[in-house]
Design a protein around this ligand. Structure first.
Ligand code: PLP
Length: 436
């Protein structure tokens, strides 16, 4: 007789995990040494349930996308209705109400100068589109500007253009020779702004654009900089005629405590990128918005000036509908309140973390809280530390995914104060158990 294989550690039925291992190749996963994937069979609110019925608090919003919780009934209902009405239509030469309404509703929330919406499939493609807009903007006006400015340790996605404007590291190494040249500057602080300005002035007139993650550099390990400093850098770029791409793929839709990081800044970017929370984390979609000035540089009797870019599923009606429903939920008083409460609780907990002997570099912006485990110079163990924490929290029914030695929380807004306290309590227990 066949007995299902049991994983001795969790007594979970690993049948699905075995089958998965046979056929699936997972992202950012060393398939030889990383453990089995956990089969998730159901999501509800802040919880994910595995095939043995164990539930996990999704403290990282499933890679920072889930806003209102898993399988949200309102979004599900709206998408289901749309699915029975119009599931997809070519977006060249055709349009549909969900895309029109979504563009109207989104633009109302963005800096005033954002006037046109270009749809794609994910954060990386939203960035690709933004880069193409900037480079062709110059080209269409008879200029050649190819220099690009980006932050050190930036992350803008995994496709080639997005990878090019991201920091060079182990992930990009095999491709480094093939990536286009980018000048990397330190994220702004009061000490380095002058130096950055002189780098910019050195190549004045050659810059195609400056692309940046505003306030929080997510994948870099939740590195944060002050809105005043970024505003000043933006002001300088504006004065020097450099187009600005504000990548709000991660920071958008409430993560930073305001609807967009733009809400903290005094300057307006030329182009903005969105994805992740855009659909509340239910469906893949990317958006690149542009100012009228950018848009108009593509208007011409001459076809060569067209933005020749598009994806099969551009402005997919189901994804647009999910985004509309998610934004409706986001703007509700109770959601805005929940964001405020998470931010306040994070702030309190960060005081505890700051006082903890094993913790350093605690930082917080809105619903994003991050801290580092003191490493005493054992740099090479960074990744292992993260994996051990990952496994420990998983066992405790909490999904956290450290970035090296950086631990962080990015919970869905539906997490209750009690659930958040439970997460904090577990973190405190794990930290206290660390040996000296
Ligand atoms: C995740 C991320 C991207 C890439 O988005 P994908 O949908 O994963 O391609 C781009 N920019 C930022 C700031 C991100 O955090």
């Amino acid at each position: 007789m066949f007995k299902p294989i049991k994983n001795p550690k969790t007594t979970r039925n690993i049948n699905l995990s075995e089958r998965d291992r046979t056929v699936n190749w997972h992202p950012y996963t060393q398939m030889k040494t990383d453990g089995y994937a956990v089969p998730i069979v159901k999501g509800q609110g802040v919880y994910l349930f595995d095939d043995a019925g164990k539930k996990y608090i999704d403290a990282v919003s499933s890679w920072w996308v889930t806003l209102h919780g898993h399988a949200h009934p309102y979004i599900a209902q709206k998408v289901s209705e749309q699915l029975h009405t119009l599931e997809q239509v070519i977006f060249a030469g055709f349009t549909h109400e969900p895309a029109i309404r979504l563009s109207e509703n989104l633009l109302k929330l963005l800096p005033e100068n954002q006037e046109k919406v270009f749809y794609s499939d994910n954060g990386s493609t939203a960035v690709e589109v933004a880069l193409k807009m900037c480079i062709q903007f110059a080209c269409n006006r008879g200029k050649e500007k190819t220099k690009i400015l980006a932050f050190k340790n930036a992350y803008h996605g995994d496709t080639f253009g997005a990878m090019s404007v991201s920091g060079r590291n182990a992930w990009t190494r095999p491709f480094d020779e093939m990536l286009f040249e980018v000048v990397f500057i330190d994220p702004p602080n009061s000490e380095n702004l002058d130096k950055t300005k002189s780098v910019i002035e050195e190549h004045s007139g050659e810059w195609a654009c400056f692309i940046y993650e505003p306030l929080v550099q997510g994948a870099a390990g939740m590195l944060m900089h002050a809105p005043e400093d970024l505003s000043e850098l933006m002001r300088f770029c504006r004065a020097n005629g450099i187009l600005m791409i504000q990548d709000e793929v991660f920071t958008g839709f409430g993560r930073t405590g305001k609807l967009f990081a733009a809400g903290y800044l005094t300057e307006q970017p030329d182009i903005m990128c969105f994805s992740k929370g855009l659909t509340g984390g239910t469906m893949p979609m990317g958006i690149t918005t542009a100012s009228q000035r950018i848009f108009e540089a593509f208007l011409s009797e001459n076809h060569d000036k067209t933005l020749f870019h598009g994806h099969s599923f551009t402005a997919n009606p189901l994804a647009c509908t999910a985004a509309l429903a998610s934004m409706e939920l986001l703007l509700k008083e109770e959601t805005l309140n929940a964001i405020r409460i998470i931010s306040e609780k994070h702030q309190k907990f960060s005081k505890y973390l700051m006082a903890h002997p094993k913790v350093q570099n605690v930082r917080q912006t809105g619903t994003i809280l991050a801290w580092e485990i003191k490493n005493d110079g054992r740099t090479s163990y960074f990744n292992e530390t993260g994996k051990e924490f990952y496994r420990e929290f998983l066992m405790r029914g909490i999904i956290m995914r450290p970035l090296g030695n950086v631990l962080y929380l990015v919970p869905p807004y539906c997490i209750t104060p009690d659930e958040l306290d439970l997460v904090y309590r577990n973190i405190a227990e794990v930290l206290d158990r660390l040996d000296d």
